[in-house]
Design a protein around this ligand. Structure first.
Ligand SMILES: Cc1cc2nc3c(=O)[nH]c(=O)nc-3n(C[C@H](O)[C@H](O)[C@H](O)COP(=O)(O)OP(=O)(O)OC[C@H]3O[C@@H](n4cnc5c(N)ncnc54)[C@H](O)[C@@H]3O)c2cc1C
Length: 574
């Protein structure tokens, strides 16, 4: 590696930020607001990364926004909750997170267009003391993409599977009206509004401009970055970090016109989105059976983590899980596109669905969080295999709720069956044969499931017992919103595989967001934010927003530290 003195610099800045997702865009925004000159480098031709394709929630306990919305929360309760989940919630990073979270929300709200609001109910993922049912997870407020002008094309679109009518985003609140537009007058009005707006959008844009969830967050961040005239360089990728003595002083970047060396006077922030598709890191860090699918964009290839490691940064492996998981079904579309559909909350918790392993037996509470569902899959993936597992339901379930890529109410299932995505059989034994499971075992599993459904109590896995289960179930279904007997055939199954929605194993960092070297001391001038940094929650998944929340809070802390302003926000340790 050339030393700093031998190198000819092609340019310089105060803060060099690598990667334009939630972490990198927040660091660039805050650095600029604090008076630093910032360059933001992005490998692809658009901003947003995984963040743009996400639900865009942030898990920030004790915010003023939650209080104002009538769903107050406290950092004390959150700390209690984390202590139950992690065994110990006393580390400095957690204290910094809990103290800074509400400050960051207020800072962004007063100095930028990045605003969040809490939905009334969005439960934590575990029923433990201190868990919140609402007020802790906040969502990015929707944004009108037209305000970005030509830069709208620079916002990474959502996953194709989550859009309808050629590019219209669909949020949770849109689903019921879209499925039954004529059920109520308000459903009808909602749908007419959506479609009229979308039709107008399509006259001038490639996709709908009513941006929600992660797309709204990224569009808001881009709006501010442009307003502040921040130097964003597309098609510009980190290749190597440059060290001088014990200080990181810049980076070699690959650009469309060749490599350049950029000096960073105050620091470099790594925010390249974690392990992503890096074959090397997937093989080193992820368990077998999970390496095939990732929900990261293809430009996330572990560059930040690998570059950090090469200059003596350390990957934290002491985690509950090296990644956060999503059970995902997979189908090749007629145009060759591989759809990887994340089963977040639309089907797994609804009454009348169960998941079985290769022997035809259940292995997990299917209504738990996506991460815990896959952790259950991995725990039981010995013999018999549960990778892939199959989600099983009847015809009525598909009519009411849909399954994966099959939207609710879909009448003609032929294309899904012919593509090998959906298995169909008139009998349970026939379905078992189609998915390679034992027919008798599957019949017994379904008999038991039906008994639990009649009684309203799942004696094996507690389906429908937690606030999260009930929230994602169907409140109209009694006595248990997550249990309904599997009725007469035909029967259906869809295979689900583990796919990482985020990595947890990343570079070890401290409470200022600084990357730690092998001896545990911070590497001067090097920060990591977002999925390039090791999971704050040690590879567990406490609740909705526990990736983007820390990504933004530690990006804020890193930028503040680089600007010399972090000590204006002391943390009370108790
Ligand atoms: C379907 C889905 C829903 C989710 N919902 C939520 C949610 O609601 N809340 C939550 O907290 N988490 C959620 N997550 C996880 C969350 O989206 C990610 O963990 C988070 O967005 C990662 O942010 P980031 O800034 O680290 O990386 P990213 O947003 O992935 O951004 C990384 C950027 O770096 C760029 N890049 C990569 N390599 C280089 C390089 N060498 N040089 C320059 N640029 C580079 C990439 O092109 C990319 O634009 C979800 C994930 C999925 C898949």
């Amino acid at each position: 590696m050339p030393t700093c003195d031998e190198r000819r610099w092609d340019g310089e800045t105060d803060l060099l930020v690598i990667g334009a997702g939630a972490g990198g865009m927040t660091a660039a925004l805050v650095g600029t607001l604090e008076g630093l000159q910032v360059v933001l480098c992005e490998k692809s031709d658009c901003v947003g990364g995984t963040t743009a394709t996400s639900a865009g929630s942030v898990w920030i306990p004790g915010s003023r926004q939650s209080e104002a919305a009538g769903t107050p929360d406290s950092t004390g309760a959150a700390k209690n909750y984390l202590a139950g989940l992690l065994g110990d919630a006393s580390d400095e990073r957690l204290a910094a997170y809990l103290a800074s979270g509400p400050v960051v929300l207020d800072y962004l709200e007063s100095r930028s267009s990045v605003i969040f609001s809490p939905p009334p109910v969005h439960p934590d993922y575990h029923d433990l003391p201190g868990a919140a049912v609402g007020g802790r997870a906040l969502g990015a407020v929707s944004f009108d993409g037209r305000l970005l002008g030509t830069d709208f094309a620079r916002v990474r679109p959502p996953r194709r599977e989550f859009m309808v009518l050629g590019g219209m985003m669909v949020g949770k609140n849109d689903i019921a009206p879209l499925v039954a537009p004529f059920r109520t007058w308000s459903n009808f009005r909602h749908v007419i509004g959506l479609i009229a707006r979308h039709a107008r959008d399509r006259l001038g844009f490639k996709r709908g401009t009513r941006l929600i969830m992660g797309n709204a967050l990224v569009a808001r961040l881009l709006h501010d970055l442009r307003r502040l005239a921040i130097d964003i360089r597309f098609h510009t990728a980190l290749k190597e970090l440059i060290k001088s003595g014990d200080q990181i002083v810049g980076a070699v970047l690959t650009t469309p016109t060749g490599e350049i060396a950029l000096r960073a006077r105050k620091g470099v922030v790594l925010a390249t989105g974690g392990i992503g598709w890096s074959t090397e890191l997937r093989e080193r860090l992820l368990p077998e059976g999970t390496r095939r699918y990732s929900l990261s964009p293809d430009t996330n290839t572990g560059d930040g983590i690998l570059a950090g490691e090469r200059i003596s940064g350390e990957i934290d492996r002491n985690l509950d899980s090296a990644a956060l998981w999503m059970p995902s079904s997979v189908m090749t579309q007629p145009d060759g596109h591989l759809s990887v559909f994340p089963h977040i909350m639309l089907d797994r918790a609804k009454p009348g669905l169960l998941a079985v392993d290769a022997s035809g037996r259940r292995f997990v509470n299917e209504a738990n969080s996506y991460h815990d569902f896959v952790q259950g899959m991995l725990r039981s993936n010995r013999s018999p295999a549960s990778v892939p597992s199959h989600l099983v339901c009847d015809r009525r379930f598909i009519a009411d709720y849909g399954i994966g890529l099959v939207h609710p109410g879909t009448r003609n299932l032929r294309r899904f069956i012919e593509a090998g995505y959906l298995f169909e059989a008139t009998s349970i034994a026939g379905l078992a044969a189609a998915i390679g499971a034992d027919g008798d075992a599957l019949c017994r599993t379904i008999e038991r499931y039906n008994r639990y459904a009649e009684a309203g109590v799942d004696e094996e896995f507690g389906r429908g017992a937690s606030a999260l289960n009930r929230f994602n179930g169907d409140a109209q279904n009694k006595p248990n919103p997550c249990l309904r007997p599997i009725g007469p055939g035909p029967y259906y199954a869809v295979a689900v595989w583990p796919a990482d929605l985020a990595s947890s194993a990343g570079l070890r960092t401290d409470s200022r967001g600084r990357v730690l070297g092998s001896g545990g001391a911070p590497l001067k001038g090097l920060y990591a934010a977002g999925a390039d940094a090791a999971s704050l929650f040690r590879g567990t998944y406490p609740g909705p927003g526990t990736m983007i929340g820390p990504a933004m809070v530690f990006a804020w802390r890193a930028a503040m530290d680089a600007a010399g302003a972090l000590d204006n926000y002391p943390i009370a340790m108790d």
